[in-house]
Design a protein around this ligand. Structure first.
Ligand SMILES: Cc1cc2nc3c(=O)[nH]c(=O)nc-3n(C[C@H](O)[C@H](O)[C@H](O)COP(=O)(O)OP(=O)(O)OC[C@H]3O[C@@H](n4cnc5c(N)ncnc54)[C@H](O)[C@@H]3O)c2cc1C
Ligand code: FES
Length: 280
């Protein structure tokens, strides 16, 4: 039986700088680590510690795993000093990801803020692998400045995919930016308050799915915005990035009411968390 506590030695095969403080690392684990989009792993930097991250690579690729990581503290800063050829540990995957069979035949709205687009990237790539199963995919992404945008080279490629659109915004006006300005909720402005009528609108909120990942304040306001537009709470999926330790539902670090975010999440619907008032 697989030992979920045992980190698997994984060699850093590539490091790509996305922004001044965010890199995408490609790891080659010594044995395959399979995961579903939305699940997370614990990554160990030897001699420093471990931290939870959601892979950003395609879940259908099992020999390597990419993770896009922002430098914020001890583990992430130590990782940023490592080089191609160095070894880390990866254990997991843990928790529940997205149930893609629920998404079939539906319009999918993906909303990311900052490094929050990283966990959504594995979802986007999984959706692209079966693109005919989904009615439409809309990726809406907000970053602080043009410099803070992750996947600068991938976003234009994603826009070329069938039935897919990409919209971006930055928080404040910037001399290098000619697109939309404002926090990510401005990208909800074109969604109609119409719900069920089958006319040509960006999303039929009654049936559409929304997947959201970003800083807590963003989740809070996007959640309010989507509910106002008529999205159903059971169709709004949030990536909840609580402080975690064991990752296995044992230590209680990540509890939200009756939920262990590590075990019952990290992807939870607005319907599951609405009773907590402001759970973000
Ligand atoms: C399920 C899950 C998935 C995640 N996926 C990703 C991912 O794909 N990419 C990614 O970059 N991060 C992700 N995170 C966040 C990541 O786990 C933390 O950034 C990491 O634990 C920080 O570890 P550290 O040792 O570097 O920082 P620490 O030394 O633990 O923290 C140092 C300081 O940074 C602050 N801090 C900690 N986390 C964050 C944060 N997320 N943002 C801003 N400040 C923070 C702390 O409050 C503290 O002040 C995820 C978290 C969870 C729970
Ligand atoms: S991280 Fe230990 S119970 Fe969730």
């Amino acid at each position: 039986m697989k030992n979920l506590y045992r980190p698997i030695e994984s060699v850093i095969e590539d490091i790509k700088q996305e922004t001044p403080n965010i890199n995408t690392y490609r790891f080659r684990p010594k044995e395959p680590v399979t995961f579903a989009a939305g699940q997370f792993v614990e990554l160990t930097v030897p001699g420093v510690g471990e931290a939870p991250f959601t892979p950003s690579s395609n879940p259908n690729v099992t020999d390597t795993m990419e993770i896009t990581i922002m430098e914020v503290g001890s583990v992430t800063e130590a990782l940023a000093k490592m080089k191609v050829g160095d070894t880390v540990g990866i254990r997991g995957p843990y928790g529940h990801g997205y149930n893609l069979t629920d998404f079939e035949g539906k319009e999918i709205l993906i909303i990311g803020g900052g490094v929050g687009l990283a966990p959504l990237r594995s979802l986007i790539l999984a959706l692209f692998d079966d693109i005919d199963r989904y009615k439409k995919i809309s990726i809406r992404y907000g970053a602080r400045t043009p410099e803070d945008i992750v996947y600068k080279d991938l976003l234009p490629e994603w826009e070329k995919m069938k039935n897919t659109e990409v919209q971006q915004t930055i928080d404040e006006p910037h001399p290098d930016w000619r697109g939309t300005v404002g926090v990510v909720t401005v990208l909800l402005d074109d969604l109609p308050l119409v719900t069920t009528v089958d006319v040509d609108v960006p999303f039929h909120a009654e049936t559409a799915i929304a997947c959201v990942c970003g800083p807590p304040i963003m989740l809070k306001f996007v959640n309010v915005g989507l509910l106002q537009k008529g999205f159903k709470p059971e169709n709004i999926y949030h990536s909840m990035e609580r402080n975690m330790s064991c990752g296995l539902g044992k230590c209680g670090h990540c509890m939200l009411g009756e939920y262990y975010i590590c075990k019952d999440g990290p992807v939870l619907t607005a319907a599951q968390i609405e009773k907590f008032g402001d759970p973000f």
